[in-house]
Design a protein around this ligand. Sequence first.
Ligand code: ATP
Ligand code: MG
Length: 421
Amino acid sequence: MLQSQLFTKTQKDISADETSAGTQLLLRAGFIDKAAAGVYTILPLGFLALQKIERIVAAAMDGLGAQRVAMPSLVPKKNWEATGRWAGLDVLYKVKGKGGEEYGLGATLEEIVTPVAQKFSFSYKDFPFAIYQIQTKFRDELRAKSGLLRGREFLMKDLYSFHVDQKDCDDYYERVKEAYFEIFKAAGLAPITFLTLADGGTFSKFSHEFQTVTAAGEDIVYHCGNCGFAVNKEIKEDYPKCPECGSADFDEKKAIEVGNIFKLGTKYSAAFGFEASGADGGKLPVLMCCYGIGLTRLLGTVAETSRDENGIIWPQAIAPFEIHLIELEAKDGEANREIKKNAQKIYSDLQKKNISVLYDDRPGKSAGEKFKDADLLGMPRRLVISQKTLEQKGVEIKKRGEKETKLAGLDKICDYNFQDR
Ligand code: ATP
Ligand code: MG
């Protein structure tokens, strides 16, 4: 993409009421715009990063054999009443139509997915199966001061699995757990993201959260120095020792919940009278699990945890562009034409190799301004082409977050091994 065409620009001043440093950077870099507390527009560069996250998550869900759907956000009141959540879910936004009909805006979708699954599944032979979607959720969050980390409107992947056999349910749950680790690894969060034991509700002893350690986190987790698991605050109160290994060697850390997996048992299936007929003709209870990942929260978490004083440092897998190609203007017209010609060629050659490039072709910007913007935007690699580099028939390469620069030959740049690509 040509940077001169990008309608957004970097900004110096943003409102001071953002408490998350990552969200501040996303605002300054023009990845997102704030419409109200907890409500954001995702701008083109932010959208590209979010799309990459979405693809990673969707591929993982597809790998689990889950089938993608798109559920509504207008969830009829009667569905919420069936589960007791019209009155019981305090974050529910309620809206009324002109005809008097009422809806709760989708905050989580058990109230839709359960009756949908029920319409198509009657016998034990119809199980197991899993359904997922990636959809905007609405929650009337009291505190929405942490930017993308806690939105009132945010993008979530929600997966629901349906089983008639406890072992099958437990096995699938473990498979999803593994897939979640792979997702957080791809997003560059693996070293600071811990599987955390949390309260399991009525049907299971524990649920599991994936907590990313960061000072901006609103949760407190206790990381077990012995086994590497973590427990959340409520569990710590119930179990003074690690329920996993028995150690009391806990380290208290602030963290943000990027994912949550939960065995629901028959909580929602029973509310809708959803059962299956068994091999012997009797009735079997339908067991459900739900699994969430906040995609916009994940975007905010990466910006929060992968940055320096100058801007964001995107992991390769979710960077909006892999390369930020920068041409520096020379004073002399002839030299300038030569710089442009070479920059355009590199731009097109790299794209032919399926390497995504943001090309800073903006006229009248100083080297300082361009470098500052490149650091703020945070693409993994910066390529600079200038009169100085052309004199050496080369292009300067710098990895974001490192100081060292290298010179690669003009004719070699397209075969350059941009490591960890
Ligand atoms: P929290 O405890 O942070 O309020 P939660 O436990 O209510 O979250 P879940 O219902 O488990 O959240 O939702 C699944 C996932 O959706 C969470 O793990 C998180 O990644 C994301 N999520 C939840 N609430 C928000 C929010 N307000 N803004 C952004 N992402 C969210
Ligand atoms: Mg949760």
